[in-house]
Design a protein around this ligand. Structure first.
Ligand code: ZN
Length: 741
């Protein structure tokens, strides 16, 4: 037979590569679109076959058949979306834009298909009598929920609207990601500092005016009034998310999203976050006092003008000074001991100690970029666990942050256990000037974190791909990753990997002691900015209505009171709410004194409002100021300012992500889910306390974590898995203990 391989689309057949690694060398951009179309056609046919099967529905002929469908689509989507995030060239982004609406429509075709649903529903209603394994029950439940969440029970017109909403949302969230990438690159260009290096640059830049400029540029990404301004997009997305939640019978998106999470509802998350914010802000205030003392010394030395106060752009810089003074810990001293290759080997060796895993560098494998390296992972008995790829350095086509993803999912096909291909992506310090990549403490922690996700994917021993590996509830998925961070700086662990990149000398004991002592340093700030971002996310998704002044009827989304009261705005409830908050006439007539909020008679005009004198000003009047025309703020900015005030945030700290560049919630699938990091931290700190009791390398505890949690994916309820490992419920105070709050 003559091979005519030049015309073969590599996505149409399984990869003929070692360990099923995608054959990146054969993939060309022209292959994606036809493969997506072929994949959709294949899965559509497979689902038709399920529907047309004349036999009575069984778990095997419905759920299992569905689990095994869509092989081509899995292959092409796995590659396309990984690459669009790690090497998203303009031409690839264009392909993604074409593919997204097709995938959205395909997904709706499946999950709004009444004939398919009828079969699933028969099984679901009889779930207790089918003698299913627990994993089968969870898989069936997840499939059933997928239909319900997609509005299978809606009428025809509502379903059609749902399709439009889904399609628009998938495209908007992709656009958000692209806009943010452009904003990040613009920042990098202006300051010569990659977004991932921002924290380090702020800590080491002496020039205060430059720090201020950097901070302002960083904090205004997506909010510059240019073509990459995300505010309008956010308003649109929120309106669509609210509409979708309401179509499905929920009051707001948070209620819809949280229904199947461990937390269960927005109120629980709100209480949880408020309970963290309160002590965190208190600690942060104490940290400001420490930093102000250092700043005062700079003032006394004539370095700064008298009266200078800590501003948001001073935090990293003075925190670093306090850290040096209090703990004599300087990142320049630690970095030589954290060469990337050594840290990676350190986390590999840790899993050898805990789980008996073995690693082998793979030399001649296809990769999508020269920075990518691959390792074969085997179990203690020599059986294949899977492949881990690492892609650690920034480039202009890579999105910010660090993450784990799958190229191939773990699942059982008949007797064959398909082993996963996992990637860990980062934006770590690059090798420069002949020096290798030397990681900051933060980066070391991130590398351990992402490898925790990788282990969750690698060690999976499930049958069905829908519940395998990291396919678990969002507020559980960070447990396997965050727990791994706890090992990174333990002295016994450092001794195995923290070697000086030039001398090979192991990190000296005094430096280890300093790292340990500084462990809870700056936790007031770190916890506050994290919890504030989580609260901001929650507040957005608890909106049950976009105020009229933010929606299209009121044109540009600005929050000016005049617009709301204007005739052009049809919604009466809007007028009403504007009348309530608007003190304009009172202010004008009586020079503010009589406005409700100025009861104390301490009425001062704010700077931003003094042009037209509309806004009376006592402290509690501030949020309303945003509504006056004079301040010209958009709804997105007003909403955020109000949210921050409500959560008691201090002026020196902004949320870890502000709305206009909050990729997790507008392009990353963490909407109403950013709290998950803190939620899972309660679990991970509580779990690690068991390791501390039994010994951090205790193999019995480690194997219990492996078999009860890492291997199980979503094949059982998360809390059940956790209790099996821990023998008890998690102690909610574990987080505060670990963070020294
Ligand atoms: Zn994570």
């Amino acid at each position: 037979m003559t091979a005519v391989s030049c015309n073969v689309n590599p996505f149409l057949t399984s990869w003929e590569t070692p360990y099923g690694i995608p054959d990146f060398t054969k993939v060309k951009e022209k292959h994606y679109l036809p493969a997506v179309e072929a994949g959709i056609a294949q899965q559509t046919e497979e689902i038709e076959a399920i529907i047309n099967n004349p036999d009575a529905p069984t778990f095997e002929n419905v759920v299992e058949a569905y689990e095994h469908s869509g092989a081509i689509l899995d292959r092409v989507v796995g590659v396309l979306f990984n690459l669009s995030e790690t090497d998203g060239t303009e031409s690839l982004q264009k392909i993604v834009e074409k593919v997204l609406p097709k995938l959205s429509a395909h997904s709706d075709d499946i999950f709004m298909n009444p004939a398919f649903f009828a079969k699933v529903e028969v099984l679901y209603k009889d779930i207790d009598n089918l003698a299913l394994s627990r994993e089968q029950e969870m898989t069936l439940k997840k499939l059933y929920d997928g239909f319900v969440k997609n509005g299978v029970a809606l009428g025809e017109a509502e379903q059609a609207r749902m399709r439009e909403i889904n399609m628009e949302l998938s495209s908007l969230s992709n656009t958000f990601g692209n806009m943010l990438l452009a904003e990040n690159n613009a920042f990098a260009q202006e300051f010569g500092v990659a977004i991932s290096e921002y924290g380090g640059a702020m800590a080491s830049t002496e020039d205060r005016a430059l720090r201020e400029r950097m901070f302002k540029a960083y904090a205004s990404r997506g909010n510059n009034g240019n073509e990459n301004d995300t505010k309008e997009l956010i308003v649109k997305m929120m309106a669509l998310r609210i509409e979708k939640a309401k179509l499905l019978g929920y009051e707001n998106p948070a209620q819809m999203i949280l229904a199947d999470k461990m937390a269960g509802n927005p109120e629980t998350v709100d209480t949880f976050l408020a309970g963290i914010l309160e002590p965190a802000v208190k600690k942060a205030k104490a940290e400001i006092v420490d930093m102000q003392a250092v700043m005062d010394a700079d003032i006394a030395a004539g370095l700064l003008p008298a009266g200078s106060k800590i501003e948001p752009w001073d935090w990293a810089y003075y925190a670093e000074k306090v850290r040096k003074a209090k703990y004599a810990l300087d990142e320049e001293q630690t970095k030589p001991y954290f060469q990337m290759e050594n840290v990676r080997q350190g986390v590999f060796d840790l899993t050898t100690k805990l789980y008996g895993l073995q690693y082998e560098k793979l030399e001649n494998i296809p990769t999508y970029h020269p920075d990518v390296e691959g390792f074969k992972v085997t179990d203690a008995d020599g059986s294949l666990i899977g492949v881990i790829l690492t892609d650690y350095f920034p480039r202009s086509t890579k999105r910010g942050g660090a993450w784990m993803n799958n190229f191939v999912n773990q699942e059982m096909i008949g007797e064959e256990n398909i082993r996963p291909v996992i990637v860990n992506v980062g934006n770590f310090s690059k090798p420069v000037d002949g020096k290798p990549s030397l990681l900051t403490l933060d980066e070391v922690e991130t590398l351990f974190h992402e490898y925790g996700h990788a282990l969750h994917g690698l060690l999976s021993q499930c049958t069905y791909k829908s519940v395998a590996g990291t396919s678990v509830a969002r507020d559980f998925v960070e447990l396997p990753s965050q727990i791994r961070e706890n090992w990174a700086f333990q002295p016994e662990v450092l001794a195995t990997y923290a070697f000086h990149y030039e001398t090979g000398e192991v990190i000296p004991a005094d430096l280890v002691a300093k790292i340990e002592a500084a462990g809870t340093f700056n936790q007031g700030f770190m916890t506050t900015e994290l919890a504030a971002a989580a609260m901001l996310d929650l507040k957005w998704h608890m909106l049950s209505e976009m105020p009229c002044c933010a929606d299209a009827a009121c044109t540009d989304g600005t929050c000016a009171e005049d617009k709301c009261a204007d005739e052009t705005c049809a919604k009466s409830e809007c007028k009403e709410s504007c009348e309530k908050t608007c003190k304009k006439s009172a202010c004008e007539k009586n020079a503010c004194e009589k406005a409700e909020n100025c009861a104390k008679g301490e009425c001062v005009k704010t700077e931003s409002c003094d042009k037209d004198g509309q806004c009376c000003k006592s402290e509690n009047c501030k949020p309303e100021c945003c509504k006056s025309e004079g301040c010209g703020k958009s709804f997105v900015e007003c909403f955020e300012a109000k949210a921050c005030k409500e959560m008691g945030l201090v002026d020196e700290i902004i949320p870890r992500y502000r709305t206009t560049y909050f990729a997790h919630i507008f392009s990353g699938g963490y909407s109403a889910g950013y709290y998950s990091y803190l939620w899972a931290e309660v679990l991970d700190k509580d779990a690690f306390e068991l390791f501390m009791q039994k010994g951090i390398f205790d193999s019995e505890t480690a194997m219990s974590f492996r078999t009860n949690i890492l291997e199980m994916g979503g094949s059982e309820e998360p809390m059940t898995l956790y209790r099996r490992f821990r023998g008890a419920d998690p102690d909610p105070k574990a987080l505060a203990r670990a963070r020294g709050l």
